[in-house]
Design a protein around this ligand. Structure first.
Ligand code: TYM
Length: 329
C-alpha cells in the first residue's frame, strides 16, 4: 500500500465550484483515489488574495468541504483538510519566496489576469501566490498534481523552485508532475467560449454551478453561445459547440468522435438539450448528498480536524528538514 504514489491538489473556496472545476480537477481527484494515496485541501489562504468578506469566506469553506465529500472524496482512505489549519504552508511559502525571483512571479499569466480583474486590490499575496502553491505541493512530496490546464504554469514554477532549492541545499524536495486530463482540461464559459468557465464570473449564465437545479442547468445550456453553423463537429474554429461536445463526452464516457457520430443528424437545439440532461442527471445525486452532509456541521468539523492533524504530521516533518537545511537553529 505504501508504495502507491501520492496525488495532491487544492481548490479555492472563492465560490461554489463549477462544472469546469469538476471536469478539470475534482473528477480526476475522485478517480485517482483507486490508484494513489491522495491529499486534497481547500485553499482558503489562497482565496484571501481576492476575498475580503469574513462571513462569505467562512460559509463557502464549509460548503466547499461538503461538496467535495458529496462528489465522492473519501476521508477514510485520504487526507482532506483546510489549508489554514496547517501552519507549515505559510512558513514554507516564506522560505520559498526568498529564493523565487521577482521576474519569475511577474511572468505568471494568472497574476496578470487577476491584476486586471481586481485593479483596486493588487496585493502582495496575489503576486506571491505561486510560492504558496509551491509550498502546498512540496510539503507533502507529491508525485502528481491533478489540475486543469490553467494551473500548469504555476506547476512549472513549482518545479523550478524545487530544483533550485535542491541544487542549493541538497536533495530535499521531490519534483512533482502535473496530471492534466486529456478531455476537459479547460472547460469554457457558456456565454463566451473563448474564456475559461470560472466560479468567480459575474455572469451566472456563463457557468454551471455544481448546485444549480436541473431547470437552471437546462436553461443555461439552451442559451449557451454557439456558432451559426449547424454541424456538431469538434474544431478550434467552433469553441462553443466543441465545449459542449467535451462536456457530453466526459459524462457519457464516450470519445469526441463518438459524440459527433451519435449526434450527426441532430440540431444544435437537440444537442444542447441532451447535454443539459446528462449534466443534470449526473449532478442531482451529488446535490442530494451535499444537502445531507451540509446539515451535519459536527461531522464537517470532525473531518477537517482529523484531516489537518494527519496533514500537519507530514508537513511539519518536511518543514523541520527544510529549516535544518537552510541553517535555522
Ligand atoms: P481553482 O480553485 O481556481 O480551481 C480548482 C481546480 O479546477 C481547475 N479548473 C478548471 N479545469 C477545467 N476547466 C475550467 N474551466 C477550470 N477552472 C478551474 C483548476 O485548474 C484547478 O485544478 N491555485 C489553485 C488552487 C491550489 C492548488 C494548490 C492546486 C492552491 N494550491 C496546490 C494544486 C496544488 C486554484 O486557484 O484552483
Amino acid at each position: 500500500m505504501e508504495n502507491r504514489k501520492l496525488a495532491l491538489s487544492g481548490i479555492q473556496p472563492t465560490g461554489i465550484f463549477t462544472l469546469g472545476n469538476y471536469i478539470g480537477a475534482v473528477g480526476s481527484w475522485k478517480k485517482m483515489q483507486q490508484e494513489y494515496r491522495c491529499i486534497y485541501f481547500i485553499a482558503d489562504m489562497h482565496s484571501l488574495t481576492t476575498i475580503r468578506n469574513k462571513e462569505y469566506l467562512k460559509s463557502l469553506t464549509l460548503k466547499v468541504l461538503a461538496l467535495l465529500l458529496a462528489c465522492g472524496l473519501s476521508v477514510k482512505q485520504n487526507i482532506l483538510f483546510i489549508q489554514s489549519h496547517v501552519h507549515a504552508h505559510a512558513e514554507l511559502a516564506w522560505v520559498l519566496q526568498c529564493s523565487t525571483q521577482f521576474g519569475e512571479l511577474k511572468r505568471m499569466t494568472q497574476f496578470k489576469d487577476k491584476s486586471l480583474k481586481h485593479k483596486d486590490n493588487i496585493n502582495a499575496g496575489l503576486f506571491c501566490y505561486p510560492t504558496l502553491m509551491a509550498a502546498d505541493i512540496l510539503l507533502y512530496n507529491a508525485d502528481v498534481v491533478p489540475i486543469g490546464i490553467d494551473q500548469k504554469q504555476h506547476l512549472e514554477l513549482t518545479k523550478t523552485i524545487a530544483t533550485r532549492f535542491n541544487n542549493m541545499y541538497g536533495e530535499t524536495f521531490k519534483i512533482p508532475q502535473p496530471y492534466i486530463p486529456k478531455v476537459g482540461a479547460k472547460i469554457m464559459s457558456l456565454s463566451n467560449p473563448t474564456k475559461k468557465m470560472s466560479k468567480s464570473d459575474e455572469n451566472s449564465n456563463s457557468f454551471i454551478s455544481m448546485l444549480d437545479p436541473p431547470e437552471t442547468i437546462m436553461n443555461k445550456f439552451k442559451r449557451a453561445i454557439t456558432d451559426s453553423d449547424s454541424n456538431i463537429k469538434f474544431s478550434a474554429e467552433k469553441p462553443g459547440i466543441s465545449n459542449l461536445i467535451t462536456i457530453y463526452s466526459y459524462f457519457s464516457n464516450i470519445s469526441i468522435p463518438e459524440v459527433e457520430e451519435k449526434f450527426k443528424n441532430k440540431s444544435y437545439k437537440d444537442f444542447k438539450f441532451a447535454v443539459g440532461e446528462i449534466v443534470a442527471n449526473n449532478l442531482s445525486p451529488i446535490q442530494e448528498k451535499y444537502n445531507a452532509i451540509l446539515k451535519d456541521e459536527c461531522y464537517l468539523k470532525c473531518v477537517c480536524e482529523e484531516g489537518a492533524e494527519k496533514a500537519a504530521q507530514i508537513a511539519n516533518s518536511t518543514l523541520k528538514n527544510v529549516y535544518e537545511k537552510i541553517g535555522f537553529i
